[in-house]
Design a protein around this ligand. Structure first.
Ligand code: OGA
Ligand code: MN
Length: 204
């Protein structure tokens, strides 16, 4: 698939079901390069335990989510980060041109889940002031096996009935969903789990 076909495929899914899964959105060398930058950043000690809501509630948060995160700088000059930021922006531009979504800004972070960590069922709009329209998650886990757990579960509505969609965090895969509409969770992981999570915002 060309990049434009991938964008179209993602949009079709979002319109029909509120979510979409696109495999091989990132090429394997792009995943490798991102993992290298990820490891460097992680070694530099800049990752922080993720919070929910207010910064003061980190300890309460650790019962809800156990990942460590680092926000990307949108003006990064690291080649791997630049590639991801530019691809993400290309998707934003395509969405704005074809769907008139009015995406004005993005926020993107690396996320690392250590063995035993998870993220309980939640919605991404607990920070309501932020204007999150779409959530995007890029997975970086090469050689991932089902025994590793660490699945993303999206709770979708089909004809008024809730349906749990299980998504493995395979390298190169992009998952995109409507931030305001869909509950989701990350099940306990039994291997270190790497991803980049972003939000497309309708505010600056
Ligand atoms: C999040 C989230 C899901 C995943 O960071 O808000 O739900 O699969 N991540 O990493
Ligand atoms: Mn989430």
């Amino acid at each position: 698939m060309t990049q434009e076909q991938q964008f179209e495929f993602l949009i079709e899914g979002i319109v029909a079901k509120g979510y979409a899964i696109c495999d091989d959105f990132l090429e394997s060398n792009e995943v490798e390069n991102l993992l290298e930058t990820f490891a460097q950043r992680y070694k530099s000690g800049k990752f922080r335990e993720a919070s929910i809501g207010k910064q003061s509630e980190v300890h309460k948060a650790s019962l809800v989510r156990g990942d460590e995160i680092l926000w990307l700088e949108t003006n990064s000059i690291d080649a791997a980060e630049r590639m991801l930021l530019d691809k993400n922006q290309a998707f934003v531009d395509y969405l704005n041109q074809t769907c008139y979504l009015g995406i004005k800004d993005t926020e993107i972070h690396f996320a690392k889940y250590d063995v035993g960590k998870y993220y309980r069922r939640h919605r991404d709009t607990f920070q309501t002031q932020k204007g999150r329209v779409l959530s995007v998650i890029y997975y970086l886990n090469t050689h991932w096996i089902p025994e590793n757990g660490g699945n993303l579960i999206i709770y979708a509505q089909e004809n008024g009935v809730e349906k749990a969609i299980t998504i493995t965090p395979l390298a190169g895969r992009l998952v995109c969903f409507e931030s305001e509409k869909l509950d989701h969770e990350v099940t306990e992981t039994f291997a270190e789990r790497y991803s980049v999570t972003g939000w497309l915002l309708n505010r600056r």
